[in-house]
Design a protein around this ligand. Structure first.
Ligand SMILES: NCc1[nH]cc(CCC(=O)O)c1CC(=O)O
Length: 310
């Protein structure tokens, strides 16, 4: 299928600094690919950006960041939306497609602190800030003597709260910090064994209307096959176990010697129980590997852990 070269592409984007960086990044890549094309940003505020005082798990989860952008796609005000794949709901509306997942850089979590080098360095009673049940459960399971308290807001807000002394350390996705040029705030990267990332963490995805075959064609050169396979596998785990709800679940895949290697866990938020599993297989079977991993977690009682979340 040959596509006419685009003349104009409008990107719907949230207006947080991270979202704008991501949209600008894709804009620059599209302009390099299609030199005559005008690429424009359409900034919007989503419900997820407005609600800052409650954990996302309580107010509707990931969909809050995506809905307004999808409305702009439906209205024809925008052609594409750029997302952190971590924030994209597992089930998408039929009208929408995610035809492009870009190469992932840093998928892991970062430890940020003025006083300490890593979680293992923190004394009993020291306080880590995070509002992610995934991060919280893993900290409690491995460092039961540390305190964990809620931390919301965009990256700048979270770093300010750390600097004001409200926390002894915070955990953030390394990708967000490096994208915003704040990589020097990272004291250490938490290995996957300590903090298994969220499905899709560190990867950018581009959404458009499923009917826009022209757009889907334009985006193909930006897609990365390895990252796509990994993210599909990770999202299949999350979809099978949790839908798009915010739960203590991690899923992380990498390609090694041409094979896809996938790890996952489900826990109680307090870390008192944690089940883990891993699978290895062909990258072409990413989604069925994800479903098989979810099945292995279920066989160890994952559903009971999630059912108790309330
Ligand atoms: N939950 C918010 C969010 N969504 C994507 C990122 C970071 C970038 C990424 O993972 O692609 C972050 C910040 C964080 O978790 O620290």
């Amino acid at each position: 299928m040959s596509q006419a070269t685009p003349e104009r592409i409008v990107i719907a984007t949230r207006e947080s600094r991270l979202a704008l960086w991501q949209a600008e990044h894709i804009k620059a890549r599209l302009e390099a690919l299609y030199p005559g094309c005008r690429v424009e940003l359409l900034g919007m505020t989503t419900r997820g950006d407005q609600i800052l005082d409650r954990p996302l798990a309580k107010v509707g989860g990931k969909g809050l960041f995506v809905k307004e952008l999808e409305t702009a796609l439906l209205d024809g005000r925008a052609d594409i939306a750029v997302h952190s794949m971590k924030d994209v709901p597992m089930e998408m509306g039929e009208a929408f497609a995610l035809p492009c997942i870009c190469a992932r850089e840093v998928p892991l979590d970062a430890f940020v602190s003025r006083r300490y080098e890593s979680l293992a360095d923190m004394p009993p009673g020291a306080v880590v800030g995070t509002s992610s049940l995934r991060r919280e459960s893993q900290i409690h399971a491995q460092y039961p003597f540390l305190g964990v308290t809620s931390l919301r807001g965009n990256l700048d807000t979270r770093l300010r709260k750390l600097d004001e002394g409200q926390y002894d350390a915070i955990i953030l996705a390394a990708a967000g910090l490096t994208r915003l040029g704040m990589g020097e705030r990272i004291r250490s990267i938490l290995p996957a064994e300590v903090s298994l990332p969220a499905a899709g963490q560190g990867a950018l995805g581009i959404e458009c209307l499923a009917a826009r075959e022209d757009v889907i064609g334009w985006l193909q050169p930006l897609a990365d096959a390895d990252t796509t396979a990994c993210v599909l596998a990770e999202r299949a785990v999350a979809r099978a176990l949790a839908g798009s709800c915010e739960v203590p679940l991690g899923a992380y895949a990498l390609i090694r010697a041409g094979r896809l290697w996938l790890r996952g866990f489900v826990a109680r938020p307090d870390g008192s129980e944690i089940v883990r599993a891993e699978r290895e297989g062909a990258a072409g079977e990413a989604e069925s590997l994800g479903r098989a991993l979810a099945e292995a977690l279920r066989a160890q009682g994952a559903e009971a852990l999630l059912a108790d979340l309330g």
